[in-house]
Design a protein around this ligand. Sequence first.
Ligand code: PLP
Length: 392
Amino acid sequence: MIYLDNNATTALAPEVLEAMLPFFREHYGNASSAHALARLPEGALIRAREQIAGLLGAQPAEIVFNSGGTEGINHAFRAAVETFPAKRHVVITAVEHSAVQAVAEWLKRQGIEVTTVGVDEDGQLDLAELEAAIREDTALVSAMAANNETGVILPTVEIGKLAKARGALFHVDAVQAVGKMPIDVAAWGVDLLSLSAHKFHGPKGVGALFIRRGVRLKPFMIGGQQERGRRGGTENVPGIVGLGAAAELARSADLALVARLRDTFEEAVLRAIPEVRIHGGSSLRVPNTSSMGFRGVEGEALLLKLSDRNICVSTGSACTTGQKEPSHVLRAMRVPLDHAQGTLRFSLSRETTESEMAHVASLLPALVAELRSLRPMGRRGRALRGGPDPCA
Ligand code: PLP
């Protein structure tokens, strides 16, 4: 099996599993209990909090454990507007994950105004448009650190400055950035940041929300005093231990090697196959992601041909798989329809090898040629029409 769908989820690292197992077997106590069986779980939570804080450049008290990215995003958005009821406006980007888009849609139904800032053909945010969008009554500005489909990195430092200038909270969806690029909440001027363990070789269903010291948000859960009252519910101790261990591993990941494998792969494909586009290829990207549009090919058909050969890729973000409509990210980047429909996302990890990438690159020319022969090429460069978002 060649697994190139690491932006959907990653394999649990063996060291992470080892760290977690004792907390399923022997140290199963509730970290809040007063007796001896609580001591190790309680200590493990302290250590994991330090490990996550270390990865982000944060203080341990600023870390709130939760169930992952979707919860962190819900917490940030819903608490921001609830805490500041006089502020009835939020700003997001056009390339945010469906979790952000969905909560923004929900806020609209509650009467909150949402402004969506666009990107250019390279997936870069229009900072002038962003500046114009932020108002005195903007409760929250939310932008992802790295895009899940293209890997394009957004300019968090600049976005943070613009948000601060208007007194808005700044939330970063860093789910696709952790383990793939350095994160520094102080330098970025972040108030809130979401992350999820399963995207960086940790377990599924556990993550954290960074809440800057001094930012007082309403709690997300009603009931439960855990996480200093910010997120109630008995802590998922094995999961949190796994999150901490994965954070430790992420700090030592060799990103240069992953970047070299990705870049060599892209060069080989571009050399061997005509009319291929690398979405966001001229932007700064996280090193593991390559989103390629093969003109005149049905992405789903190419995915299935690769899957038949035990190669796992994605046609876009997981939630759009199986949908004919190109993703909202490719539409926002105005990718021509016949390239967008033939888009595959290859997402590598530190476990990906040179021979795996060479094998995939060697298979693609014949598979693409076969699919193109079945589907005569249409007119060049048809612009995408806006349409319903398949993730919404
Ligand atoms: N944000 C981004 C950018 C993502 O890629 C994902 C998952 O695909 C999420 C948020 C949601 O994270 P989780 O699966 O932990 O809920």
